[in-house]
Ligand binder design. Structure first.
Ligand code: G4P
Length: 550
């Protein structure tokens, strides 16, 4: 009898565990985690907002936090950053849509553009590239796109602002293919643009969605009338010229454009392209629906112990961003973690691989649409912010005690602005070095020294110029060191692929400078692209890297 009771209990426990792991599996499989990349003003914030409207996460447009902040003057920065020190607003938004749990990662642009923007892409499983139809591929998109390509993640294109005068759609596709080097597959096709914008033709369903401008405020979705391409009413509605043009386009696209190939999409070699207008909510829901069908739930990630399966492995993740709190009184920092496997349970201890320490993660937070909330659980695919007791570094792995693997590190990305950092009080050399080294370790700046001279000048490199102000402010306020930043004329830096190369043996144009990073890796500073090409030509076999994996 006793044996029978015991075995029933064991069965119950086993059943409970199976159910639990089934639940975890379901939660993970429903997740999609993507970043939106674009050049400032292409419509990234507007599109994000419309996604949230569809997900029911917000009720009115114009309420996505960060938008108001995205165009602030440099002088406002310190206050904003103080606020942000304890918020995860600028990092990830989560919402539910049609049974999916969607995490959108923000890639800040404008003055806020920094190395963090690149690092965020390391936490995404796919990317949505928003392009302004009147402008085409712009500088910041190119930079962010390169990181997506390095990661081989799927890239979806949303050609926005079709309600305004747009460039020829063929020309836009050609530009994407030529400038970015990715094949494109238009999923829908625009009928006119600007005042003449009539709607889009869906190449899959062969149906037309007619464009109707709606009030842009709280409208959840634009009223869309759907027609069959053969429909006489539709032909009359758009007029003969546009109809003929469309018929020609359809024939041309079916005959000449790249066929849809999910495998190529998965590898990031083919980008499905959608035309629409985020502001008027046209084409947004169709895009979201196609996107969700064409993307996968979190995929296995590479570690030094091989691929880690998100569903089978217990909780693990990595830190991709650290935000220092500007509040002088407490040097709090927030670390942002991408969960890569299993379920995070706030009541359980975790293991920080790099320090070898067991700990509980303090006040884990997540953003649900607009609300920041302390969470007690999260799943693979999610991003959360945790208070950093000063032990985390970018790229660190967190897993369950007893496990010992480390995820592949996060590369360092080439800065584009350089200054010589000078301590105004030479007596404070020690604090100066401590400050600059610590700030560099957080990943906000990179520091370099002359290749041949030890203890020489410090050269600071940043991805976005605002970081110079942050550095000056923090050096003065946190480390008590008054500093001066003397701008340097360099705009490019490259790591020498073979770190054993002796830079002194290289022939470089006069407007270059040979430096090394804090780990002793050799790099060269250049004033322009021409100078990079020249150096490569003059030194046979020399190779450069734009991203550096230590
Ligand atoms: P970003 O996050 O990529 O920087 O761009 P954001 O969404 O802030 O959009 C930049 C500007 O473009 C905004 O106008 C926005 O309203 C407008 N916009 C975005 N999508 C569309 C679209 O599909 N059609 C049209 N016509 N405009 C679009 P703004 O005047 O700079 O800002 P706001 O005053 O409207 O906030």
């Amino acid at each position: 009898m006793m044996i029978h009771t015991l075995s029933t209990q064991i069965n119950k426990i086993i059943l409970l565990e199976i159910n639990m792991s089934e639940n975890i599996k379901k939660e993970i499989e429903n997740r999609r985690t993507f970043a939106i990349i674009s050049h400032p003003d292409a419509g990234k914030t507007t599109l994000t907002e419309k996604f949230l409207l569809y997900g029911g996460a917000i009720n009115t447009a114009g309420s996505v936090k960060g938008k108001a902040n995205s165009k602030y003057a440099v002088s406002d920065w310190m206050d904003i950053e103080k606020e942000r020190g304890i918020s995860v607003t600028s990092s990830a938004l989560q919402f539910q849509y049609d049974g999916y749990c969607i995490n959108i990662l923000d890639t800040p642009g404008h003055q806020d553009f920094s190395e963090d923007t690149y690092r965020t892409l390391m936490a995404a499983d796919s990317a949505v590239m928003v392009i302004d139809a009147s402008k085409g591929v712009e500088a910041q998109t190119i930079k962010l796109f390169k990181v997506c390509v390095m990661r081989h993640i799927p890239i979806f294109t949303f050609i926005n602002k079709m309600d305004l005068e747009a460039r020829d759609p063929y020309e836009l596709l050609e530009e994407i293919e030529n400038v970015l080097g990715i094949k494109t597959c238009p999923m829908n096709w625009p009928i006119g643009s600007g005042k003449q914008f009539k709607g889009v033709y869906d190449r899959g369903t062969k149906k037309i969605s007619m464009f109707q401008a709606v009030s842009v405020g709280g409208a959840k979705s634009a009223a869309e009338t759907t027609y069959d391409i053969e429909d006489v009413a539709f032909q009359q509605e758009i007029g003969e010229d546009l109809y003929e043009q469309l018929a020609e386009d359809v024939e041309l696209l079916d005959g000449a454009s790249e066929p849809f190939d999910q495998e190529l999409v998965d590898k990031g070699e083919l980008s499905p392209v959608f035309f629409g207008s985020a502001l008027t909510t046209f084409g947004v829901e169709t895009f979201l629906e196609h996107f969700l069908k064409m993307t996968e739930s979190p995929l296995p990630r590479m570690s030094d112990a091989g691929l880690i399966n998100p569903v089978e492995e217990e909780f693990s993740g990595f830190i991709f961003k650290i935000q220092a709190n500007m509040n002088k009184a407490h040097h709090d920092r927030i670390a942002f973690m991408r969960i890569c496997s299993g379920k995070f349970d706030a009541t359980k201890d975790i293991y920080h691989v790099q320090s070898g320490r067991k700990m509980k993660l303090s006040r884990p937070q997540q953003i649900m649409a607009q609300d920041r909330k302390v969470i007690d659980e999260a799943y693979a695919g999610d991003v959360m912010g945790v208070f950093d007791p000063g032990v985390f570094s970018i790229g660190d792995t967190i897993c369950m005690p007893g496990k010992k693997f480390a995820y592949e590190g996060i590369p360092t990305f080439a800065p584009e602005h350089f200054c010589r950092l000078v301590a105004l009080d030479s007596m404070k050399r020690k604090q100066f070095m401590k400050g600059v080294t610590q700030i560099a370790q957080e990943g906000a700046i990179q520091i370099f020294q002359d290749y041949n001279l030890e203890m020489s000048e410090i050269i600071v490199g940043v991805v976005g110029v605002l970081q110079f102000d942050v550095l000056k402010y923090r050096m003065e306020n946190e480390y008590g060191c008054d500093v001066r930043l003397d701008p340097l004329p360099y705009t490019h830096i490259r790591w020498v692929k073979d770190p054993a190369t002796d830079l002194n043996s290289l022939k470089c144009p006069s407007d270059t400078k040979k430096v090394k990073d804090m780990k002793g890796n050799p790099l060269i500073l250049f004033s322009n692209e021409w100078s990079i090409r020249m150096t490569l030509e003059r030194n046979e076999g020399l190779e450069f890297e734009e991203f550096w994996k230590n």
